[in-house]
Design a protein around this ligand. Structure first.
Ligand code: SAM
Length: 294
């Protein structure tokens, strides 16, 4: 385990279960966002996520879920993601231990590779739970969205006495539409399952206050810690792969060097091409389809 720290932000490089057990005190965290490997065969920094069976994956998940619950303050909130096929098991397990307030669907307009012979996956589930349903943070006014029906047409709600114009703002429902992080977006980092800033913004704004501690046990590109820092929260991020810890160190400006390596955002192909074009290099295509500059 290695710990990196600057100001209100901590990065633990190591295994989530071990770090939660040994380094995070019980009942100290305000908000946890957990986005673990989904057990659908993705590779993280070349390491394929693999469990012998569904049961083994679930046993592993139950052990970090138990730890997360222990680490939360009595008024704490927990947002958990996993693949659609495992979420029902999470739900059954967690509702015996916490209050599930919302079952959220994060919907996006593209599944990447288009399915042709079945219905492509266009959403990911998020479980939103609290320890105490009578005492938890929910900053309604910080996450209001446009209420389309009624308000835009300036309709009058005659069910109210006296009748009133429909509200133009509302608390979002449980279907959230945010684009996935795409290669050309400026927030893009080299990670297969990076979550968008917009998604974490809604979660952190609604379920924590300035100065609160937000923890992410599977940080990946450290979107959670990064958004927490923008919103003046404190953050704790845990990640097992050094390539991703390096992204976190850079995104959170904790350090600009790791084991002698300068931490710089990798240029994307179109950024590289622009630079080469400016330098008057021309891009040629070889017969085998490869490109080169001259
Ligand atoms: C689904 S991704 C998280 C993506 C992240 N939410 C983001 O926005 O980039 C899961 C991450 O968990 C990390 N991971 C897998 N096993 C871990 C473990 N035992 N402890 C800590 N991190 C782990 C993987 O390397 C991967 O980066």
């Amino acid at each position: 385990m290695e710990l990196f720290k600057k100001g209100n932000h901590l990065i633990y490089f190591g295994d989530a279960i071990k770090i939660l057990k040994e380094h995070i005190q019980n009942s100290t965290i305000d908000l946890i966002f957990a986005d673990p490997p989904y057990n659908i065969g993705k590779k993280f920094n070349g390491h394929k996520e693999e469990w012998g069976s569904d049961e083994e994956y679930l046993e592993w998940c139950y052990s970090w879920i138990d730890l997360c619950i222990e680490k939360l303050k009595p008024n704490g909130s927990f947002y958990i993601m996993t693949s659609t096929q495992f979420m029902p098991y999470f739900d059954i397990y967690i509702k015996k231990r916490m209050f599930v307030l919302s079952r959220i669907v994060w919907y996006y307009d593209s599944s990447g590779v288009q399915a042709k012979n079945y219905y492509g996956s266009m959403y990911e589930p998020i479980l939103y739970c609290v320890k105490d349903k009578n005492n938890y943070t929910f900053n309604t006014n910080d996450i209001l969205v446009e209420a389309r029906t009624g308000a835009t047409r300036k309709l009058i709600d005659y069910r109210k006495n006296p009748p009133q114009i429909y509200n133009s703002k509302k608390v979002p429902g449980n279907v959230w539409e945010f684009p996935r992080v795409r290669y050309r977006m400026s927030e893009y980092e080299n990670h297969p399952t990076q979550k968008p800033i917009t998604l974490l913004e809604r979660i952190i704004k609604s379920s924590s206050n300035e100065g609160d501690i937000v923890l992410d046990p599977f940080s990946g590109t450290f979107t959670t810690s990064y958004v927490a820092s923008l919103l003046n929260r404190r953050s704790i991020g845990i990640e097992l792969q050094d390539e991703y810890v390096k992204i976190g160190l850079r995104r959170l400006k904790i350090q600009d060097e790791f084991n002698g390596e300068i931490l710089k955002k990798e240029l994307r192909t179109f950024e590289y091409n622009k630079i080469m074009e400016k330098a008057n290099y021309t891009l040629f295509e070889k017969p085998d389809g490869e490109y080169f500059y001259e």
